[in-house]
Design a protein around this ligand. Structure first.
Ligand SMILES: *Cc1c(COP(=O)(O)O)cnc(C)c1O
Length: 414
């Protein structure tokens, strides 16, 4: 039986059992093993040299990871995926494997805070970085230099939900033969495929909505096949073999993953795969909830401002419609309470259904005071420059019944 013409949700559910593993369990079991034994010396030599498919050591691969990687490749309509212990492990490995001291990169200024911290570390190791407003392709174009190696953006920024100009930046990168890397964690492959906008590499944190249960950390890099690695100067001689489309992913797995060792555990891979089975259903519900909650907050007299790409007032609403179509506008929103009304802490403390947590993309709705937590370290001047108001409350919307969520926020706002 084949499901290759079915919807992605259907393909996902039946993916493992149709891929012929022993005794045909419905999804891939956990292969709790570090090593793999071979019949003879020639067989292990052939596996090492890539002449036969085969596992050698679980830091580089494991059947449970292969199954999850194949599902993610399917979701992204791409050529290959590598999973990692965390999203940060995925980004860190990409930077370590692909950049040299003296290279220049262009990075969105609206970035997940830990990613900014990681990029700043690479700056200490000799990579020049320009942070620009990625919702404006002109700003990206202006920053490009002769030694620019890649452009890195997030689809939907956290916490204020700015939408990157993916189409514009993708076209620019194609014209200049630059690698376009998209962190689509907040967009998710249910809302858009970064590949369709020219991304060569897509990063997904598997700790967020793709899992939903928040029971495991993980990350992934997917090579979409859009980038011609023959244009990338930092591919080592050993990986410049065969089809140039595969040079990058070879170097990322064989060198990047091996060197850094930020490998996903097989237990976590299976836990993530269990969450992934219901991803489309959960995402549909959570996006519908987020839109309804954003509209409710927008109309509430105690609320000053709501950031949500699904609202017509959002600065990139038209772009969000172009990118996401009818599929939803994500599960992240932010709002500010009128300063004359109530302290943001009092509003958050009064929530009973929403929990107080810094996570994103969970099945449960979560609220966070942004300025005092994830943006506390940067100080008031930087917060002001980035439009982070002291009263800003970030909400990651879950899959509860919407009536319970609106009732909860209504009573908390008072
Ligand atoms: C959470 C997140 C990451 C990092 O993922 P971890 O799995 O927590 O390491 C990277 N980018 C974005 C946009 C995220 O939301």
């Amino acid at each position: 039986m084949s499901t290759s013409k079915a919807h992605l949700q259907t393909q996902l559910l039946h993916h493992d059992r149709l891929n012929g593993h022993e005794n045909a369990p419905a999804h891939m079991p956990v292969y709790k093993t570090v090593q793999y034994a071979y019949e003879n010396a020639q067989a292990i030599a052939d596996a090492f040299q890539g002449k036969t498919a085969g596992y050698t050591y679980s830091r580089s691969n494991n059947p449970t990871l292969t199954a999850l990687e194949a599902q993610l490749t399917l979701l992204e309509g791409s050529i290959e995926t590598i999973t990692f212990a965390t999203g940060m492990g995925a980004i860190g490995t990409a930077l370590l494997a692909l950049l040299h001291a003296g290279d220049h990169i262009v990075v969105s200024q609206y970035l997940f805070g830990n990613s900014t911290s990681l990029f700043n570390t690479f700056a200490l190791h000799g990579v020049a970085i320009d942070y620009v407003d990625a919702s404006d392709v002109g700003a990206v174009a202006q920053a490009v230099r002769a030694n620019t190696r890649l452009v890195f953006v997030e689809t939907v920024a956290n916490p204020r939900t700015q939408i990157a100009n993916l189409a514009g930046i993708g076209a620019l990168c194609r014209e200049k033969n630059l690698l376009f890397v998209v962190d689509n964690t907040m967009g998710t492959p249910a809302l858009l495929r970064a590949k369709d906008y020219g991304a060569g590499l897509v990063m997904n944190s598997l700790s967020k909505g793709l899992s939903g249960h928040a029971a495991a950390l993980g990350g992934a890099l997917t090579d979409t096949g859009e980038f011609d690695w023959a244009h990338y100067p930092n591919i080592h001689e050993g990986y410049r073999k065969g089809d140039a489309k595969r040079w990058g992913i070879s170097q990322l797995r064989k060198k990047g993953l091996r060197d850094l060792g930020a490998t996903l555990s097989p237990d976590a891979a299976q836990t993530i795969a269990l969450g992934l089975e219901t991803f489309f259903l959960r995402n549909e519900r959570a996006c519908a909830n987020a839109l309804a909650l954003a509209e409710f907050l927008q109309n509430h007299p105690a609320v000053d401002n709501v950031d949500y790409p699904g609202l017509p007032e959002h600065p990139q609403h038209v772009r969000a419609v172009e990118l996401f179509g009818e599929r939803g506008f994500g599960t992240l929103l932010s709002f500010t309470v009128k300063s004359s009304h109530k302290h943001p802490f009092a509003v958050i403390d009064a929530l009973h259904v929403a929990m107080i947590s810094t996570h994103l993309g969970d099945n449960r709705t979560m609220a966070l005071p942004v300025a005092h937590t994830i943006y506390a370290e940067m100080g008031a001047a930087q917060r002001q420059a980035w439009g982070i108001d002291d009263g800003l409350i970030r909400v990651s919307v879950g899959i509860e019944a919407i009536a319970d969520l609106t009732a909860d926020f209504a009573q908390a706002l008072g």
